[in-house]
Design a protein around this ligand. Structure first.
Ligand code: F6P
Length: 326
């Protein structure tokens, strides 16, 4: 029998489409199971500065379709200090919060792990990031929507690239993970993807040129993952301008538009399932795990695993892109 009576919920780090669907699911599932819910604003900041209100079912009405997060989000420097975390713990006590549900990415779950260890607070994480870089789950909340946003943009860029016979380098987000770039390239029919996972192995630009990128086409699109390891789209454009001046090169950096927008059906369903499962986990006395999905089944991934391990990218995807972009 769980001893938890009141949960706090927060969204932290970079926002991701579907976070609101997750907030709704956690809130409603908790109320359904007889728990009290407190909404914590601006991530861990709301715990440090006491920005908390009770959430009833109506607080999460009409939000499943909204991008962003109604709870707001932040990257909180104070929570990274022991003093800040002590203040956060005291705020939790004051509001009678017995457990936390944290929706966020790598950094947010790292914070949860430290907090849980220091104060013995049950913490349950939901993977909320467009980057899809959390180990132990096939996908993360927001990734599918961001991928679809990339497709919309690249489809449009292709129109102008084709009209002008140009080579476009399109930079996408992902921090140090290439999931958005590689799958975005496959789905948009791009000619190549440059991703951090392979940046030390091969010169991906050389490979792309060597494979004869204009064998049967007059225009080309290369998706580049933002990362210090790749150097970004600008870096490759400069290189091509210098080494292959015959090509007419342009750069588009998609930036934060990838983080916004109404979540896809996939992200809404994922967020709803993981949110409801987070409350089941709390009722089962689980703690310090991230909820994930593997082969369409809900799994519990210890924070230590989800954060520490690099999520591998399938080489098969690289081969598919190479074979289909001839
Ligand atoms: O983690 C999500 C993400 O959008 C990354 O892809 C990107 O590197 C980073 O956040 C951007 O952060 P900020 O919004 O703070 O500029």
């Amino acid at each position: 029998m769980a001893t938890v009576k009141c949960i706090g919920i927060l969204t932290s780090g970079g926002d991701a489409p579907g976070m609101n669907a997750a907030v709704r699911a956690v809130t409603r599932a908790a109320i359904y199971k007889g728990l009290t819910v407190k909404g914590i604003y601006r991530g861990y900041r709301g715990l440090v500065y006491d920005e908390i209100e009770e959430f009833k079912s109506q607080n999460v009405s009409n939000i499943i379709q909204l991008g962003g997060t109604i709870l707001k989000t932040a990257r909180c420097a104070e929570f990274m200090t022991p003093e800040g975390r002590k203040t956060a713990y005291d705020t939790m006590q004051k509001h009678g919060i017995d457990a936390l549900v944290i929706i966020g990415g790598d950094g947010s779950l790292t914070g949860a792990r430290i907090f849980a260890q220091e104060f013995d607070v049950p913490c349950i994480g939901l993977p909320g990031t467009i980057d899809n870089d959390l180990y132990g789950t096939d996908t993360t909340i927001g990734y599918d929507t961001a991928l679809n946003t990339i497709l919309d943009a690249v489809d449009k860029i292709r129109d102008t690239a084709t009209s002008h016979d140009r080579l476009f380098f399109v930079e996408v987000m992902g921090r140090d993970a290439g999931f958005l770039a590689l799958n975005g390239a496959i789905a948009s029919g791009a000619e190549a993807a440059i991703i951090p996972e392979f940046s030390t192995e091969v010169d991906q630009l050389e490979e792309f040129i060597k494979n004869g990128f204009r064998k049967s086409k007059n225009s080309s699109i290369v998706i580049v993952a933002e990362s210090e390891l790749t150097g970004g789209a600008m870096h490759y454009a400069e290189r091509v301008k210098k080494e292959y001046p015959q090509y007419d090169v342009r750069v588009t950096i998609l930036g934060h538009l990838q983080r916004g927008g109404s979540p896809t059906a996939h992200d809404r369903i994922l967020a709803s399932r993981l949110g409801a499962a987070a409350i089941d986990a709390i009722m089962e006395d689980q703690r310090n795990v991230m909820m994930g999905i593997v082969h369409d089944e809900i799994v519990y991934v210890p924070f230590s695993k989800a954060i520490k391990n690099d999520k591998p990218i399938k080489r098969e995807l690289v081969n598919v892109l190479r074979e289909l972009s001839i």
